[in-house]
Design a protein around this ligand. Structure first.
Ligand code: NZQ
Ligand code: ZN
Length: 387
């Protein structure tokens, strides 16, 4: 087991009705609040009115219209401008991962004198950030419990994921009933995203029995509960368990002491959603089985077979390549059974920019020193196999 230094300072407030704690949670940070949200789902579900009612004693400014795959320009830049001009004390992000990620970038940019992209691109390390609280409405990314954010810059086709310890939310309000209205497409994509977060940690050089056990349980929980959420969107128990799965899947707790993973499928997917603005979880579901197939070799086969035996209950007495191939097919079949389009062409991507994207990923992500190294030609091959 490798050395590690781990802290997650975010307070999780979980369960039906916990929104009542919002005023007390916000109070220590100050009165001037920037409320950030997306395209209107929080208004349709009545959450916007509830927040305004609970925060009647606060001074609220708003940034709305944050899009999926949140954009640097205008959303991050506009948010930073409001924070600086209105001397905002705290950001309250209400929505899915895109709203939370955008709010994190705003929180850092608000305390920085230069161009906020310096922080997102990692050229400059943030020294400070505004505090951020969130109310999550979509179980998927884990942004509510990590210090990462992913921001897109349209003009350069960049979609950059970055981490900064200043960006852990102060508190995350997690009420599973707020996810009842998440459409089937986003529920499926969220399930695939969280499953892939676990895979990115599971498929590595060195892990422990403890970590493997936690991850295998989380895979199974997501597969069972993701399906239940799609079949019955108001199944509280399933929505609650899926929400907790997603929260834990991305903050590193499942891979303490493991060897480092470079999160290859995320590197590839970020190019797809940067170039074509597709839904992150769908892109991952399409790429993942093709990535598994591409990297299957004598070095990786035992790990893939272990996943097949412990997650899908495959017969361990079979040939290890047979088990691995069945596990890859079972992964594909599971995503397909959630209704996810399983080919890039179905989400509007053809082969015209594959080489350009592969080059971009190879340069930006540097995936050639991983458990399963990927050169530019490998990345292009995985994209082509996903068409
Ligand atoms: O914009 P609104 O109207 O709110 O609608 C959203 C959006 O259209 C809708 N939605 C959210 N909650 C809803 C709802 N609709 C009905 N009822 C509700 N309760 O869902 C749509 C998608 O929302 P979005 O926030 O984009 O989805 P998600 O949470 O999957 O976030 C995806 C983004 O997070 C990044 C992805 O790359 C992508 O940009 N990621 C962030 C990570 C992190 N911070 O650690 C890790 C992930 O790997 C991921 O890369
Ligand atoms: Zn993801």
């Amino acid at each position: 087991m490798r050395n590690f230094d781990y802290v997650t300072p975010t307070r999780l407030i979980f369960g039906e009705g916990v929104i009542s704690e919002l005023p007390a949670v916000m109070k220590p940070f100050g009165k001037r609040v920037l409320l950030t949200y997306g395209g209107g789902s929080i208004k349709r579900m009545g959450l916007y009115d509830k927040v305004k009612e609970l925060l009647a004693d606060f001074e609220i400014y708003e940034l709305s219209g944050i899009q999926p795959n949140p954009k640097y320009d205008p959303s991050v830049l506009e948010g930073v401008k409001i924070c600086k001009e209105q001397k905002i004390d705290v950001i309250l992000a209400v929505g899915g991962g895109s709203v939370l990620d955008c709010s994190k970038a705003i929180a850092a940019g608000a305390k920085y004198e230069g161009e906020p992209w310096d922080l997102i691109s990692g050229q400059v390390l943030a020294q400070d950030a505004l505090p951020m609280v969130d109310i999550l409405t979509l179980a998927a990314t884990g942004s509510e419990y990590d210090c990462g954010g992913v921001i897109s810059r349209t003009e350069t086709n960049d979609k950059i994921g970055y981490m900064d310890p200043h960006l852990f939310p102060q508190a995350s309000i997690l009420d599973p009933t707020y996810t009842f209205t998440v459409p089937k497409k986003q529920t499926a994509a969220g399930c695939a995203d969280a499953i892939n977060h676990i895979m990115e940690q599971y498929f590595c050089e060195e892990s422990s029995l403890l970590n493997d056990g936690m991850m295998e349980a989380a895979f199974k929980s997501l597969m069972v509960n993701g399906r239940k959420c799609i079949e019955n969107p108001e199944d509280y128990t399933a929505r609650a368990e899926m929400m907790l799965d997603c929260t834990l899947a991305c903050n590193g707790i499942f891979s303490l002491g493991n060897s480092r993973s470079l999160w290859p499928c995320h590197g590839l997917e970020h190019a797809l959603s940067a170039y074509y603005d597709i839904t992150h979880g769908e892109g991952l579901a399409i790429i993942t089985p093709r990535w598994m197939k591409h990297i299957l070799n004598d070095h990786t086969v035992d790990r893939l077979a272990k996943y097949g035996v412990n997650v899908f209950g495959l017969d361990a007495a079979q040939d290890r390549y047979d088990i691995a191939n069945q596990a890859i097919q079972a992964t594909y079949d599971f995503f397909a059974s959630l209704g996810i389009p399983m080919h890039l062409r179905e989400v509007g991507i053809d082969d015209s920019r594959i080489d350009e994207m592969a080059h971009h990923v190879a340069e930006l992500e540097g995936l050639d020193e991983a458990w399963a190294p990927l050169q530019e030609a490998d990345i292009a091959a995985i994209f082509r196999a996903s068409l």
